[in-house]
Ligand binder design. Sequence first.
Ligand code: PNS
Length: 173
Amino acid sequence: MDKLAVYPGSFDPITNGHLDLLERGLKIFDQIVIAIATNPAKQPVFAIEERLELIRLSLEDHPLRGRMRVDAFEGLLVEYVKKVKANAILRGLRAISDFEYEFQMALMNRKLSNEIETLYLMTGMRWIYISSRIIKEVVSSGGCVTGLVPVPVEKALVERLGPSATSKHPNSL
Ligand code: PNS
């Protein structure tokens, strides 16, 4: 039977670091569902539909496209993992600073559902310093993020947050 992982996150927006992790994950799993969490407490720059579309566009020509699905979910991650009958949760670790939050999340998910494991992979060295947050900060200040995010994402970021964006998003940094 195919091994399926759920790769959850905010993906606001997807970066090349996320893509790197997906490629690494596909060395272990047959299929990965990229699952965007709907978090009412967060004020994202891109709406769920926009994030879904940006991921779809970013993966359009990817050679492993057939082994990835994109979805969004509300509520508990472990419930979503059970719903799609996945074998594990996949997450990336960039640095020690990620560890505390990830450890807490993994243990909480284990408490909520003992049979679901979380697997962590180290992000490639090229992407160790990037995050969706810092990418948004750079674009908001007029900096260039070429090569750090997929092309459709860069375009959408510049339109939404760049110095010539017509109406600045409330989350512009
Ligand atoms: O990209 P992020 O923001 O670090 O992703 C965090 C995410 C979406 C994986 C996490 O907040 C999550 O799993 N949210 C769903 C709600 C949930 O299950 N919470 C309990 C586990 S901490």
